[in-house]
Design a protein around this ligand. Structure first.
Ligand SMILES: CC(=O)SCCNC(=O)CCNC(=O)[C@H](O)C(C)(C)COP(=O)(O)OP(=O)(O)OC[C@H]1O[C@@H](n2cnc3c(N)ncnc32)[C@H](O)[C@@H]1OP(=O)(O)O
Ligand SMILES: O=CC(=O)O
Ligand SMILES: [Mg+2]
Length: 567
């Protein structure tokens, strides 16, 4: 059963062009493909167009509010709790009960919506798989549309993949992880789909197609009557959560399913949102299934929010971990808030991944992951993220040892005002030092990540760590800020100041090093030079770009027939 059953098919709006069957006001500028056409049906496009038309002004307003807040922070203000919503923070209210199908989320694996990875993730033994259109995906037309085809096959249970080189066929096991989908953030457009002459909002496209094609099968095969389930990224204010809540209600109404069927976990991964946890849950109280500590974007957001506050510079990226006071306070506040409102408090991603060719280094990396997860479960988190299937047994063991058979700790851990956390706790300046190696690593990692992203890969292993859009953002904004304030790299004992000259030399030397590491041939064939240009421009721009991927996106848009790639 599709939404066409609810009346869309009766509209006299057929306009066939470029292979796709388009409703009025919709234009597809991406390549035609028979498989994509199964997703880009007239009714599905009409659904997305209706979401766009109903919510575009709300989204524009929310993005304007972000700009105003940025101006305030750039003028010296700092985020804080909003006195106008004290009644929400202090009020006694609860979120809707957690659906049984996702009561136990102790280990969740994440990954891009790539076919083989989806199968591996669903078979991984994790309780949940978060399929990612966001930090882990380079949102090219091919990746996006293939992602939707893959997810539909996954929800239908028919997904398979043949690895020709290894002569191996991948299929789903009998028991699989529950699927959550993470659409893009509000800021990203989808430049291959135009609605009324404007690019569609990326996340409405991601949500719209996934919901339209999968809600019925998902509720039957996965959600035991609930669902579909989502993760919502990069919000800065509860007004953005209200838009999502309204999107969900509209989708439920059109599908003829009960209000509260759709459930979502919001990532608290911007500094302003840390002061809005109750407000965000309140807006989504019928549709919530918790909050998650998106630690990497959170660090990025700390730098971005305080971009013009030289008294709040971060130390080297590697020193900003969850044990820094401001990070621990944010995680504690998230746990307390979620448990008070009856939903999951999810932990985040440790960046370590298995190291295949070095058993000692592998064991050291695993130990760091174990420690991180032990801290999370003891603090009261109900589950956490794994970047790689090889980490799941160790993480599962830590959670099993500390949670036992209980599916979560919502009723048992940090339910009331156990910890009193102040604005100063959440904003406290991180401790540590800045070094030349920190500047070099930011540059080397930022350029390599961007080169991968430009060629269609949104998460990569670099120097034995997972890198994705969120971690690359930290490298970029940190370089920008150090350059802006000409900071002394005091951790080396040399006190060298970061200047344009120094940065220029570092970029040159790091590009040489990348060429040596990846080999001349790969370097030549890859997009390293283009990535270097984009990364360097962003690090040295007079005003900080809001997102690395906004500018970079223009480089991966391919309109059909070939046309300008600028939005
Ligand atoms: C800040 C945040 O937002 S975190 C969330 C977003 N980030 C992510 O989701 C990152 C997810 N992880 C990954 O993309 C990958 O693990 C990487 C890029 C970090 C490492 O990838 P690789 O080096 O290719 O991993 P590796 O070669 O060890 O993979 C071994 C096997 O595990 C599979 N695998 C690795 N990671 C995953 C995953 N996350 N999900 C499913 N399968 C995976 C591979 O497909 C491969 O399968 P195969 O043996 O059948 O061929
Ligand atoms: O999305 C997760 C993060 O850490 O960022
Ligand atoms: Mg993130």
């Amino acid at each position: 059963m599709g939404l066409g059953m609810n009346g869309y098919a009766s509209h006299a709006m057929r306009k066939t062009g470029a292979g796709y069957d388009l409703p009025d006001g919709v234009d597809i500028r991406g390549r035609f493909d028979e498989e994509f056409a199964k997703i880009l049906t007239r009714d599905a496009l009409q659904f997305v167009a209706e979401l766009q038309r109903e919510f575009r002004n709300h989204i524009k307003y929310a993005m304007e509010c972000r700009k105003e807040a940025k101006m305030r922070y750039n003028g010296g203000a700092v985020p804080g709790f909003d006195p106008a919503t004290t009644y929400v923070r202090e009020g006694e209210w609860m979120c809707a009960p957690v659906p049984t199908a996702v009561a136990d989320r102790r280990v969740e694996i994440t990954g891009p919506v790539e076919r083989k990875m989806i199968i591996n993730a669903l078979n991984s033994g994790a309780k949940v798989f978060m399929a990612d259109f966001e930090d882990a995906l380079s949102p090219s037309w091919e990746n996006l549309m293939r992602g939707h085809v893959n997810l539909k096959d996954a929800v239908d249970g028919t997904i398979s993949f043949r690895d020709k080189a290894r002569n191996r066929v991948y299929k789903l096991n009998g028991q699989t992880a529950k699927l959550f989908v993470r659409p893009r953030g509000w800021h990203l457009p989808e430049a291959h789909i135009f609605i009324d002459g404007e690019p569609a909002t990326g996340c409405l496209v991601d949500f719209g197609f996934y919901f339209f094609h999968n809600y019925a099968a998902f509720r039957q095969n996965q959600g035991a009557g609930f669902g579909p389930f989502f993760y919502l990224p990069k919000m800065e204010h509860s007004r953005e959560a209200r838009i999502w809540n309204n999107v969900f209600e509209k989708a439920e109404k059109m599908a003829g399913i009960e209000k509260g069927s759709i459930r979502a976990t919001v990532l608290i991964e911007t500094l302003p949102a840390a002061f809005q946890m109750n407000e965000i849950l309140y807006e989504l109280r019928d549709h919530s299934v918790g909050l998650n500590c998106g630690r990497w974007d959170y660090i990025f957001s700390y730098v971005k929010t305080f971009q013009t506050h030289p008294d709040r510079l971060l130390p080297d990226r590697v020193q900003v971990g969850m044990t820094q006071h401001f990070m621990r306070s944010y995680s504690d506040l998230l746990i307390r808030t979620c448990h008070r409102r009856g939903v999951h408090a999810m932990g985040g991603m440790a960046a370590q991944i298995p190291i295949r060719d070095d058993p000692a280094a592998n064991e050291a990396a695993l130990e760091l992951v174990r420690q991180d997860k032990l801290r999370e479960v003891k603090a009261g988190h109900d589950g956490t993220w794994a970047a790689h299937p090889g980490l799941i047994p160790a993480i599962m063991e830590v959670f099993n040892n500390n949670m036992g058979h209980a599916p979560h700790q919502i009723q048992t851990m940090k339910r009331e005002e156990e910890v009193h956390l102040t604005e100063e706790d959440l904003l406290q300046r991180p401790r540590g030092v800045r070094t030349m190696e920190g500047l070099r690593l930011n540059t080397r990692v930022g350029i390599q990540y961007l080169a991968a992203w430009l060629t269609g890969t949104g998460s990569v292993p670099l120097y034995n760590l997972m890198e994705d859009a969120a971690t690359a953002e930290i490298s970029r904004v940190q370089n920008w800020q150090w350059l802006k304030y000409g900071v002394a790299l005091d951790g080396d004992g040399l006190g060298v100041k970061v200047s344009l000259d120094l940065f220029g030399r570092v970029v040159e030397e790091e590009m040489d090093r990348i060429e040596q590491e990846v080999g001349k041939d790969k370097f030549k064939k890859g997009m390293y030079k283009e990535a270097c240009k984009i990364f360097t421009r962003q690090c040295t721009a007079p005003a900080l770009d809001d997102f690395l991927t906004l500018d970079a996106y223009n480089h991966i848009v391919i309109h059909r027939p070939k046309a300008s790639s600028s939005l």
